[in-house]
Ligand binder design. Structure first.
Ligand code: ZN
Length: 288
């Protein structure tokens, strides 16, 4: 028994050493879906650290002291293009001056975000653009392309592996796109869905849906705005209000009661991006 235990410990330590050696790179990403994209491309060759833990609000996130050590050893930081990253980038640069910061929203034309303002006053230069690009499969192809390019530059030795993984992921995304269209095929064009926080603008555009949101300029609505949301929701026969676990949605409950709808979760930050988008599509279909 003792001997067996010894062998197990040995194998465990050996596996640990081997697995640590496999990492050619350590990469930081802002949100969980980026970790999903990146792990598809890098496979076992890179370690990924996510800044915003599940359940935390991306747009108001601040780096925790416990994350300083992880940041200090990283080679690349892949941003997603949220205004909150302006201060994150500055902090990370002070902790780790050698880190390469790469904006994965490069070559993406963002949509204006009506009813919505993620920006803190100090971030005014970003204007009113919708940062939730990762919820559009087509845009995730561009995000992934930006990641691939940087990986190949930093680690040319493994370029062939990265390219092959990338091609596989692009096929996965195209298949997902078809799966979502299939799920939504019974949903008429321009069907409206109501969300608390407007994360699903690109998703709505991709699949010919209309996103209505409760929040106005990143805040809870005024009584006047609330009355207008309730009126529109009744007109559009909204039966479901989508909320996300990161943001308190007391008001969503009030509206739900008023229009006789149910409140359900649509998490824009879930790690399993592929399954998550399919699940959201199904929830939108089933709420008709
Ligand atoms: Zn958001």
């Amino acid at each position: 028994m003792k001997k067996l235990f010894g062998i197990i410990i040995f194998v465990f330590i050996f596996a640990l050493l081997v697995s640590q050696k496999l990492y050619a790179y350590k990469v930081i990403v802002t949100i969980e879906p980026q970790r999903y994209f990146f792990s598809k491309i890098a496979g076992n060759l890179a370690e990924t650290v996510v800044l915003v833990p599940s359940g935390a609000n991306l747009h108001t996130f601040e780096l925790k002291p416990s994350q300083i050590k992880e940041v200090s050893g990283a080679n690349i930081y892949f941003t997603i293009g949220d205004p909150v990253e302006i201060s994150l980038k500055n902090k990370i640069k002070t902790i780790n001056k050698d880190i390469k910061i790469v904006d994965t929203d490069k070559n993406i034309k963002k949509l204006p975000i009506e009813n919505h303002d993620h920006d803190h006053e100090r971030h005014h230069e970003h204007g009113n653009l919708d940062p939730h690009i990762w919820l559009s499969p087509e845009l995730v192809k561009i995000i992934s392309q930006n990641m691939l390019q940087e990986l190949i530059t930093c680690d040319p030795k493994h370029a062939d592996i990265y390219k092959k993984n990338f091609d596989n992921f692009i096929s996965e995304i195209s298949a997902l796109n078809n799966e979502i269209k299939e799920i939504l095929k019974s949903v008429p064009k321009d069907t409206a869905f109501l969300v608390f926080h407007p994360s699903w603008g690109y998703f709505a555009k991709d699949y010919n849906l209309i996103q209505l949101s409760v929040e106005y300029k990143g805040r809870e609505p005024s009584p006047k705005k609330l009355a207008s949301i309730i009126k529109t929701s009744k007109q559009k026969e909204i039966k479901t209000i989508f909320v996300q676990p990161q943001i308190s949605s007391r008001i969503a409950e009030i509206i739900a009661k008023e229009i006789n709808a149910t409140v359900t979760i649509a998490d824009p930050l879930a790690f399993n991006w592929h399954e998550n988008l399919k699940e959201i599509a199904k929830k939108i279909r089933d709420s008709q």
